[in-house]
Each structure stands twice: as structure tokens, then as C-alpha cells.
Design a protein around this ligand. Sequence first.
Ligand SMILES: [Zn+2]
Length: 213
Amino acid sequence: MKYEKIRKQVLEAILQAVEQGLINGTSGNIALRDDEDDVVAITPSGVAYGTMKPEDIAIVDLNGKWMDGPYKPSSEVPMHTAVLRARPDVKATVHTHAMFATIMAMGDESLRPITPPQCEFTPIHVVPFTMPGSDDAANKVAEALGEDGRSVLIKNHGMFCCGKDMKSAMDATIYTEEMAVTTYYAKVLGNYEPMPEAGEKKMKELIAADKAV
Ligand SMILES: [Zn+2]
């Protein structure tokens, strides 16, 4: 099997996302760029994740052209490849319709950090709705992530996260949903108070210097 390493990592990540309740049914998709070749392993479209094998994971080039695998790549391939093209620092991308991220994406407010570890992934802006799978949606997500963004919410759709490797992209996904859950409940309770901006800035510096505790 060609590109076994990245195919296995994509499969492991999607199963982890399902197990953690971040993905329901066949929604959501995950991509990983190869270390040497300009190719990307991405979940196929409409195939059940529970019985999926590594060889079922599709291989596309950086423009989204289907290169290998028995099933058609995810319809969101333009979103993943647009971010991978725009960001050489990004190796892995994760898109899910996790419930609370999707709820918070209905508003226009960016997600703010509630706890210190979340500062690694903020600010998380809301991208306006555009048709799923379109180049327009892909460009808007890549643009909202900018030069160093790790996560965005997509209105009436879900979230999109990225990272330097699969663990880092999955961390962004898990923490984005955590931020959405805590923000939602705090707003319902009426005690929403995100971290002060000065604290967030300091925490970001510590995380960047790898000195976070
Ligand atoms: Zn989607």
C-alpha cells in the first residue's frame, strides 16, 4: 500500500474523533500531508468509519486531484488542500460538525479562552456560511485562519482546525469543542467571563516558548 503511514494516522484520528463524540455518522473529515511527497491522505466520502481500513483512505495531490484509493475523497477536499497550500507549517487538518462548536458557530462572536491551555488555539473566528465543498468556503476558511490560526468556526456548519502534525490538529479540535461547551454553559448560566486579554497574551507567549505548565 502506498503512503501507508499517513493513511494509518488519518484512520486512527477519525476513529478517535468518533470515540470522543466529535463526529457523528460519516460527517467530518481529516487530512494529513506526507512528509516527503506533495500528497495528502484524506478520509473518503460517505464510507462508514467503523469498518474503514487504511487502504480505503483516499490520496490526493495538493490541488485536490484524486490519486489513489478505492473511494472518492471527501467532498470537503478543497477546504483541506486550500489550508495545506496556504500554510507550509500545517501538516494535518480536521473538520467536524461537533455539536457545541456548531451551536456557537451560529453567532458572530469569536470564541475566547476560558482556561489557560485553550489560549494555544485562540482567537477562533466565525467564518460566514458558504456552500460546503465549494472553493469559496475553502478560501474563506484559509483566509480566516491567516498566518498562524489553529481553528475557525463555520456558520451553520461546524469547525475547521489545523496543526503541525495530527496530534496538534486533534488537540485544536478537542479544545475548540471544550471552549464551545464551556462558553455555551457559562452563557446559559449568565456567568460567562473569558480570560482577560492580558492573561491570554502572556499565556500565548509561554506556550510559544514551550514553558507552559
Ligand atoms: Zn462539514
